[in-house]
Design a protein around this ligand. Structure first.
Ligand SMILES: [Zn+2]
Length: 161
């Protein structure tokens, strides 16, 4: 379950001084937080990237998660391509005009991308994601306590305290 904190697009987010992964104090590193690929497709003009604090162990884990996701998505894409190719082969279509061939290729490309995007969307490797479709930004946190701390810090900053 993810906890959402909404901020205006002009607000520069402030993250708690704890690791966003495990919550330990005084993290030494940062990691990039952004939108999932599905959200990014609808928001290509204004991609969002922020830096959140992380400890060495969590940074290593995040990188490992990202690689697992990359290879999982790649396998899903290749598997989908093979299934589509097999289905087309089974249909044993007669020769088609060029534009039909182009349409089939575009459809195969989209068919391969879809499971890859959904995998990246359903299993985000990071403990923080950003949703933004033009309006306010929604910062989504895996850790509810970290999200509440993030909310308190940013509300306090917005009020000028
Ligand atoms: Zn950590």
């Amino acid at each position: 379950m993810w906890t959402s904190v909404e901020l205006s697009p002009t607000t520069r987010p402030l993250f708690p001084g704890r690791c966003a992964g495990c919550g330990c104090d005084a993290p030494q590193k940062t990691f990039l937080v952004g939108c999932s690929p599905v959200v990014l497709i609808f928001n290509l003009r204004t991609p969002i990237l922020e830096k959140a604090p992380a400890c060495d162990a969590c940074l290593l884990m995040l990188r490992k998660n990202a690689w697992f996701l990359f290879f999982g998505a790649l396998l899903a894409g290749i598997g989908t391509l093979l299934v589509i190719a097999e289905l087309l082969f089974q249909l044993n279509l007669p020769a088609q005009p060029l534009w039909v061939g182009v349409l089939i290729l575009v459809g195969m490309g989209a068919g391969c991308l879809l499971p890859m995007l959904l995998l990246a969307h359903w299993f985000p490797p990071r403990p923080i994601e950003i949703w933004s479709l033009g309006g306010n930004r929604h910062y989504l946190f895996k850790d509810e306590g970290y999200a509440e701390e993030f909310r308190a810090i940013n509300v306090q900053a917005a009020n000028g305290d």
